[in-house]
Design a protein around this ligand. Structure first.
Ligand code: ADP
Ligand code: MG
Length: 151
């Protein structure tokens, strides 16, 4: 199984992991970010976006479910389904179309949209660990495995 565990001592370490992760991300990847509130999912996303050259504010998409970032032809969609509870909202927003070969999708709280979502290529699990975090990175598909091979 393609998976590994890392310890992140502080926020800087989480941001640095995001930057490293950005270098292996490819268009078409779907990444689930799993873990409790405050575990570091948005912080990791911030690190990824910074490494991709985005210098603005990275907002948590908790209220509008998704924040959209455009890098020439590539779109990065940062979802947060914490407050999601209505499948009709999914249909009306057209979220199905957000998952395609020109997009990278990062999803917080995928559990809350469970059946509607495509399979994750990569899952990142966040746990509180003393004062820092322990995270597990796991491939869910062949595409995800190929991606993690470059780690
Ligand atoms: P989530 O999106 O999972 O709810 P956030 O990323 O918004 O969590 O918040 C995480 C909080 O934990 C922030 O206050 C951040 O500074 C802090 N943090 C992030 N990574 C670490 C870490 N490795 N160790 C300790 N604190 C961290
Ligand atoms: Mg968050």
């Amino acid at each position: 199984e393609q998976s590994f565990i890392l310890q992140l001592a502080d926020e800087t370490a989480t941001l640095a992991l995001g930057e490293k992760f950005a270098h292996i991300l490819r268009p078409g990847l779907i990444v689930f970010l799993c873990g409790d509130l405050g575990a570091g999912k948005t912080t990791l996303t911030r690190g990824i976006l910074r490494a991709m050259g985005y210098s603005g504010k990275v907002k948590s998409p908790t209220y509008n479910l998704v924040e959209i970032y455009k890098f020439s032809r590539l779109y990065l969609y940062h979802f947060d389904f914490y407050r999601f509870n209505d499948p009709i909202e999914w249909e009306e927003a057209g979220f199905r179309d957000y998952f395609n070969e020109n997009t990278i999708c990062l999803l917080e709280w995928p559990e809350k949209a469970d059946k509607l979502l495509p399979d994750a290529d990569i899952k990142i699990f966040f746990r509180f660990d003393q004062s820092g975090r322990e995270i597990k990175i796991q491939a869910g598909t062949e595409k995800g495995k190929l991606c993690l091979k470059q780690w």
